[in-house]
Write a protein that binds this ligand. Sequence first.
Ligand code: ZN
Length: 122
Amino acid sequence: MNKLLFYFIIALCSMVTVFGQGNNNSKKSVYKFKEPGNTACFVCDHVFRKKRQILYVTHDKDDGSWQFLCGQSDHTDANAKVISLKEATKIDKTINDLYELPLGAGAERKSIHDTWIPFTFK
Ligand SMILES: [Zn+2]
C-alpha cells in the first residue's frame, strides 16, 4: 500500500509540473512541430473518429508529409483522412514528442502510455 501511495504522489507531482508548463505558455493545446499548424497530414479514420489511438507515425522522406495511424493493418485508401497538423495534435497531444523526427523516419509504440520507438525506412 505504501508503495502505491508513493507512486501516486510521484504521478501527482509530475502532473503539477505539466500543468505548470501549460500555464507559462498560456495556451491549452500543445503544438511543437516546426511545420505551420495548417500543414496537411494523414490520419486513418480510426484515429480521426478517436476509435483507436495513434500508435504508428511516419515522416515521409519525399514530400515531408506526416502520417498518424492506429498501427493496425486493416486499412484501404478509403480509411485515409487529410487533416491539419494542428488538428492531429488536438486528437492526441503526445504526438508532439515526435516533432524532431527526421524525414524518412517513423516511430511506433505499443500503447499511448508507452514511449515512442523510432525507426527508419530502407
Ligand atoms: Zn487505423
